[in-house]
Design a protein around this ligand. Structure first.
Ligand code: GLC
Length: 730
């Protein structure tokens, strides 16, 4: 992990100047960067009083601990979130502090990052945020969010990394490595099974062990064991009857025990519920509990319990050591790196991630890219083209230094050569109040559509921008359905009838239904919520300056009724409990098993060029360890392709999904270029989790290694045989 190398270079520096070592000046051991992290932690722990220790394990403001003023140790400062450094809040309320010096870079949202299928883009986002967090004096950034997209309706799908545990895990690792390379702690969240916003503070989640280990834990496990994440945020919900922030099975047995996690576990804000549960259930840092901070569960009540002998001091020291580990690892007691904020480089990083995550879903007759030397008029239609969304969505919202909406981006790119008109096309995208009738298309709406149709008819090309915003894709509530609101379907249909050269740009944080007009649309791109440079990214893709290379990190089902949670009626739960009856069959696992045709499958995305696959071979000793193939760019443009590897067990003795993603790689190929691609397979690529033995098992038998451009576009396949069943230590 880059951060380790940063620490090792500190050591080299110090060793080189050992005669001038910090100790030569009588500096405290815990401040001495030539000493190991553990030595420094134990030295500082030994210097703290009981009250000072307790001041480090609960909030003393909305986003900080108390620090240790006597030793000149600053508070540990936290900030949201996964999309940039949030504006200053509070300090003791949820209101913005109203400052003018807390604008920052808004990188694309999590689902946009996942759609890049490139952990290097995670690193780019993480590094950008880490550098800005240093300037804003933060120690911990509260992200990435990795909760699996179990239902398309989850309000926070936009923040997370899609429906597949392996993809989500690898993208999270890139992000974490980037952020922590800057000396900032990442915080993977929300652990665990926080897959909906409905009743998020209380819902009890039940699921079988295979579903837990094969679907809902792997992304967190990768963050810990591969990404070395320094902190984990417990989820609000309950798991098997116990609140996640005080759940000994999740926090002590799994996270700290089996996975060997050495960082700190913080509660989600208000996620702690008792002193006994927090103390013994594995919580290290209590955040967001309402009321006076000294009355926090891990504050005075804990002190009383320690003094009366209910709790041994070792329980306190274990928690404090974890907090000190993060505090020291983030340079709170030595020299912090300087960082940078709102730089042009950061803004270009945001644009790069946005571009890499744009998914070309349709391009009939190569209507895209738009050649601005041949096209003279473009009608841009749809209010989504003018909306700014970086600030929305609640905790992950960013007060961006600036934000380029889609229309502005199109004007920037085409405006000097092409006549670009704009019409709103539909009313503001607002959420109808619960219980109110969904407004049918009103007269004023019809007028908006008529105006849009007229502009489409008078232009060579129409670009209809549809989608959602944070009235729908938001923390604290789920979407009521998968439909496009505000009469957008009617608009698209009417514009298509007026101008067959219509391109649809969809900006959403999760799948939407499009069946009413999709078959008639010649071109469609999904651009998610692309951060502060979103508009420029979209325009550059539509103009062909960038060849789209994004792939769907989630299935786009035809309709809500096709989803697994609809089939089992297992969402949003009953009587406060939500049982994941669909088990392993989440996302493409479900649609494959039930042979349901989605609108667009997991891993799907087109390009302006063409890629051919050939010559598969599998390197196998006892287990298959690598897949090698050739990929050629046989099309007219340079471009990137995401090669995907799925494993398909033939005749398994236990129920298993038809195929599961186990490796992927994004490669750049010039037009006409052909190259050999090698993808490493993880040791447990063929394994399933065996609850009776609490371990992973690779069963004797045959498996197909499938290689493709999407989960439903398999180009090559090879069978491998495992001679005897084995257990896998992962
Ligand atoms: C919120 C969110 C969490 C966020 C925290 C602090 O409730 O669930 O993701 O980091 O509180 O804002």
């Amino acid at each position: 992990m880059k951060y380790t190398s940063l620490r090792s270079c500190w050591t080299l520096l110090a060793l080189g100047a050992s005669v001038l070592s910090p100790m030569a000046f009588g500096q405290e051991v815990y401040r001495d960067t030539t000493k190991s992290l553990e030595v420094r932690v134990n030295d500082l722990l030994g210097k703290l009083t009981l009250e000072e220790k307790v001041g480090l394990i609960h909030a003393s403001s909305k986003f900080s601990t108390a620090g240790v003023p006597r030793l000149h140790i600053p508070p540990l400062w936290m900030s949201d979130g996964p999309h940039g450094v949030r504006e200053e809040i509070g300090p003791d309320t949820w209101n913005p502090a109203g400052r003018t010096d807390d604008f920052s870079t808004a990188v694309p949202v999590g689902i946009n990052l996942a759609a890049t299928w490139d952990p290097e883009m995670g690193k780019l986002s993480g590094t950008t945020i880490g550098q800005e967090a240093l300037v804003r004096n933060k120690n911990i950034m509260l992200g990435p969010g990795v909760n699996i997209m179990r239902t398309p309706l989850n309000g926070r799908n936009f923040e997370y990394l899609g429906e597949d545990p392996f993809l989500a895990g690898q993208m999270a690792v890139g992000f974490i490595e980037g952020e922590q390379s800057q000396g900032i702690a990442a915080c993977v969240k929300h652990f665990a099974a926080n897959n909906q916003e409905t009743q998020r503070n209380s819902i009890n989640v039940e699921m079988d062990d295979r579903t837990l280990h094969e679907i809902y834990l792997p992304a967190f496990k990768a963050a810990v064991k591969q990404g070395n994440v320094l902190s984990v945020m417990g989820a609000y919900n309950r798991f098997r009857g116990v609140y996640c922030c005080e759940n000994p099975f999740l926090l002590n047995t799994l996270l700290k025990g089996e996975w060997g996690f050495k960082g700190l576990v913080m509660s989600d804000w208000g996620g702690a519920h008792s002193t006994e549960g927090s103390v013994r259930g594995g919580l290290d840092l209590e955040m967001g509990t309402n009321g006076p901070y000294e009355k926090n569960y891990l504050a005075n009540p804990f002190i009383e319990g320690l003094k009366s002998g209910i709790y041994p001091m070792s329980l306190l020291d274990e928690k404090v050591s974890r907090v000190l580990r993060v505090l020291i690892a983030t340079h709170a007691v030595d020299t912090k790196p300087t960082g940078s904020i709102n730089t042009r480089q950061h803004q270009m990083n945001a644009r790069k991630v946005a571009e890499e995550g744009i998914v070309l879903l349709k391009n009939d007759h190569d209507i895209l890219p738009i050649d601005d030397s041949k096209v003279h008029s473009i009608a841009v239609i749809g209010r989504v083209a003018t909306q700014k969304v970086a600030y929305g969505g609640q905790s992950s919202g960013i007060k961006a230094f600036y934000e380029v909406p889609i229309l502005e981006g199109l004007l920037n790119r085409f405006g000097s050569k092409v006549t670009v008109s704009y019409s709103p096309g539909y009313p503001e995208i607002k959420r109808p109040r619960k219980g109110t009738q969904k407004p049918s298309v009103s007269d004023s709406d019809k007028a908006l559509i008529d105006q849009a149709v007229k502009s489409a008819r008078q232009s060579e090309i129409a670009i209809v921008v549809v989608g959602l915003n944070h009235n729908y894709d938001t923390e604290s509530s789920d979407r009521p359905d998968m439909k496009l609101p505000a009469g957008q379907d009617e608009l698209v249909s009417r514009v298509l009838a007026a101008n067959p050269k219509t391109i649809v740009v969809l900006s959403s944080g999760s799948p939407v239904e499009m069946g009413r007009w999709l078959y008639r649309v010649p071109a469609l791109v999904e651009c998610w919520y692309g951060g502060m440079e979103a508009g420029n990214a979209v325009a550059r893709v539509l103009a062909g300056d960038v060849n789209p290379s994004g792939k769907l990190p989630c299935t786009f089902p035809q309709k809500l009724e096709d989803t697994p949670t609809a089939a089992f009626n297992s969402y949003p739960g009953e009587n406060g409990t939500e049982t994941y009856l669909e088990g392993l069959l989440v996302g493409y696992r479900w649609y494959d098993a039930k042979k349901i045709q989605p609108l667009f499958p997991f891993g799907f995305g087109l390009s302006y060029t063409k890629f051919d696959y050939s010559g598969i071979s599998v390197v196998q000793d006892t287990l298959p360890s690598q897949v090698v193939l050739q990929v050629a760019n046989s099309g007219p443009k340079d471009g990137e392709e995401v090669v995907q590897v799925y494993v398909h067990p033939l005749n398994p003795s236990v129920p298993r999904p038809p195929q599961e993603l186990k490796a992927f790689k994004k490669i750049m190929l010039s037009s006409g270029e052909k190259k050999s691609v090698a993808l490493n397979l993880p040791a447990n690529a063929l394994a399933y989790y065996e609850p009776s033995r609490k371990c992973w098992v690779i069963e004797k038998g045959t498996y197909e290694i499938l290689v493709g451009s999407s989960s439903r576009d398999i180009r090559l396949r090879q069978t491998v045989t495992i001679g005897s069943t084995m257990l896998v230590q992962d």
